[in-house]
Design a protein around this ligand. Structure first.
Ligand SMILES: NC(=O)c1ccc[n+]([C@@H]2O[C@H](COP(=O)([O-])OP(=O)(O)OC[C@H]3O[C@@H](n4cnc5c(N)ncnc54)[C@H](OP(=O)(O)O)[C@@H]3O)[C@@H](O)[C@H]2O)c1
Length: 165
């Protein structure tokens, strides 16, 4: 089985979104996300697909979208009905990495299948209504790598890699 990696940007409280949008958009974080996921498989929830510009799937990636009811829009995304179906579909692309890209419901359900989590930690507390599970409080996870502190204007953040112990 391929490695399955969660990738998310979280705030000081592990918040990830509000009103189906991101809390903040940091260009170098977006660039890092694009670099890592391009050419690979991304798995997301229906609401996260809807949060993208014009609700379109992301280019140069295999977009797998979980939904109980939605049907394909014709823009290239693959709709699946369950976690099992998503994993089965992703495994068809043997030579590609698999990234879980959100949102909250998808991170929670796929975390048990992930062995790595690439987390951009933003050192500011926003008002949020969607969260990533707090890996600092989860004994199964530890930090393997942490970048130097970066800044976007006056906003500090770090690129952090967690691995399952
Ligand atoms: N900061 C970050 O890195 C980041 C990344 C991604 C998203 N986000 C944020 O996360 C928030 C969205 O999270 P969310 O939890 O509300 O939505 P979501 O996880 O993106 O999508 C939820 C939808 O996925 C479908 N779904 C979930 N589990 C399923 C299952 N087991 N089988 C079939 N379908 C399933 C359902 O669609 P149906 O209702 O169609 O059945 C459900 O309504 C937004 O604020 C977004 O901006 C943040």
């Amino acid at each position: 089985m391929s490695t399955i990696t969660c990738i998310a940007a979280v705030d000081a409280n592990w918040g990830i979104g509000r009103n189906n949008t991101l809390l903040v958009s940091i260009p170098s974080d977006m660039k890092n996300f694009r670099t890592l996921t391009s050419g690979n498989v991304i798995i997301m929830g229906r609401r996260t697909l809807e949060s993208f510009p014009n609700g379109l799937p992301l280019k140069n990636r295999v977009n797998i979208v979980l939904s109980k009811n939605a049907s394909p829009s014709g823009n290239g995304e693959i709709i699946v009905r369950s976690i099992e179906e998503a994993l089965k579909e992703a495994e068809k692309y043997e030579d590609r990495e698999i990234y879980i890209i959100g949102g909250e419901s998808i991170y929670r359900q796929f975390l048990p299948y992930c062995t790595k989590a690439i987390i951009t930690k933003i050192d500011h507390a926003y008002e949020a209504d969607a969260y990533f599970p707090n890996l600092d409080r989860d004994e199964e996870w530890e930090i393997a790598e942490e970048s130097e502190e970066q800044t976007y204007f006056d906003l500090p953040y770090t690129f952090t890699t967690y691995v399952r112990k």
